[in-house]
Design a protein around this ligand. Structure first.
Ligand SMILES: Cc1ncc(COP(=O)(O)O)c(CN[C@@H](CS)C(=O)O)c1O
Length: 410
């Protein structure tokens, strides 16, 4: 059985610095792209680039065909009832802003409650702050416990008759822990609340089935899923999308336009004003094909084993704090840590001298940092193309940090 996928990724094959191979461990920020995706985009521009839905000539019809084929593929990938439930956006941020600005503003009234978690990325937090302020509604939080988990009692306590929207991440981009979505949805359904799921950090690592999850909306980004930047998906149940107002007005999203009014197209194109990112959609289609070729079972096996190996290695290093106590099989390969006496930015700079790429900072999760009692963390985020050698090089480099900073080692 294949254990090393780096050869599928040109950048990983060719990138060295000072004779050292790249150890890329910032996959939660963005993933590298397999040759299959790069070739698909290249072929699009070489053979059938045109503006989709606008030309009555073969090239435009082909561009339309591949754009809509990508929509069908995305629908199938997440188990949507139909491609009509798939809106292409720039990414998770745009998807979540669309839900908040359209569905949120239309359905939240004074005194209603919007419930999010303290783990939310700013793109699933600030839009809800804006809706709550505009509608004089209450924004409430589910707080993680000392282990970085959302306690079930916190979920049942915070979801009540006034809760109209529950918007949560399936996996935190800081802690990597998989949230108890089943319990959240069950409780939300009891009070008739709508569930918005941020799947940016879950869908690269685990199968997502919107019908099985029974969420009303789901958002993810192509670039975290081995596809190009600039393409993302908002899944929405048809009954919601049908009633929602578009955010961007322009070409391709209208039915009729008079001097003083406009009526809008049916289906997802209502939300896709302007010329769309066809190359991104083509790249997303190719990325999904690539992932399905490997299969989530194999991806999960590799990543769970590697995460557990990394956690074991981390726990052997003195002066290192790892945040989140879940083991490898209930967390995506995201590990946030700090080294006593070392600022995360210094740590990532020192690691980069060994050509090890990790992220340091607040990870667009200021409230979570405060809740954790830290200003910032270092973050390792691995995926199936990483290897044990990558982890060994990472740990060896981390073990040098305190010495480089002149801190005592014992
Ligand atoms: C849980 C979660 N939700 C939304 C987003 C936004 O995705 P965009 O593709 O940037 O729109 C992200 C992106 N997190 C990156 C960039 S801050 C990280 O390094 O963690 C995320 O992790």
């Amino acid at each position: 059985m294949r254990t090393n996928y780096k050869d599928d990724f040109p950048l990983l094959k060719n990138s060295t610095a000072g004779g050292k191979p790249l150890v890329y461990l910032d996959n939660a920020a963005t993933t590298q792209k397999p040759a299959q995706v790069i070739e698909a985009v290249k072929e699009y521009y070489e053979q059938y680039n045109a503006n989709p839905h606008r030309g009555a000539y073969p090239l435009s019809e082909k561009a339309t065909e591949v754009y809509e084929a990508a929509r069908e593929k995305a629908a199938e990938f997440i188990g949507a009832d139909s491609p009509e439930e798939i809106v292409f956006t720039k990414g998770t941020t745009e998807s979540l802003n669309l839900v908040a600005s359209s569905y949120g503003l239309d359905n939240i009234r004074e005194g209603d409650e919007i419930l999010i978690s303290i783990e939310e990325h700013h793109s699933n937090l600030i839009p809800w702050q804006a809706v709550a302020k505009t509608r004089n509604a209450r924004l409430r939080y589910l707080y993680t416990d000392e282990n970085g988990k959302l306690p079930l009692e916190e979920i049942s306590a915070k979801i009540n008759a006034r809760t109209k929207i529950v918007a949560v991440t399936q996996v935190s981009n800081v802690l990597g822990i998989v949230n108890p979505l089943g319990e959240i949805v069950r409780r939300a359904r009891e009070v008739g609340a709508v569930v918005v799921l941020d799947a940016a950090q879950s869908i690269p690592h685990m199968p997502v089935d919107v019908r099985a999850l029974d969420v009303d909306f789901l958002a993810f980004s192509g670039h975290k899923l081995y596809a190009p930047t600039g393409i993302g998906v908002l899944y929405g149940k048809k009954e919601h999308l049908r009633k929602m107002q578009p955010l961007l007005f322009g070409g391709g999203m209208v039915d009729d336009v008079s001097e003083q009014d406009a009526t809008f197209a049916e289906g997802p194109s209502k939300f896709e004003g302007g010329t769309q990112n066809v190359e991104g959609a083509v790249g997303l289609h190719a990325a999904i094909d690539y992932l399905e070729g490997i299969g989530y079972e194999r991806i999960g096996q590799i990543e769970s084993e590697l995460t557990q190996y990394a956690l074991t290695r981390f726990h052997s290093i003195p002066h290192v704090t790892v945040y989140g106590k879940e083991s490898g099989n209930n967390r995506a390969g995201i590990i946030s840590f700090n080294i006593d006496g070392a600022h995360p930015h210094d740590v990532s700079t020192i690691l980069s001298a060994d050509n090890v790429a990790i992220r340091s900072g607040h990870h667009c999760a200021h409230p979570l940092m405060r809740h954790m009692g830290v200003n910032a963390t270092c973050r390792v985020s691995l995926c199936f193309y990483n290897t044990r050698d990558d982890i060994d090089i990472l740990i060896e480099s981390i073990c040098k940090v305190r010495e480089v900073l002149g801190l005592e080692l014992k």
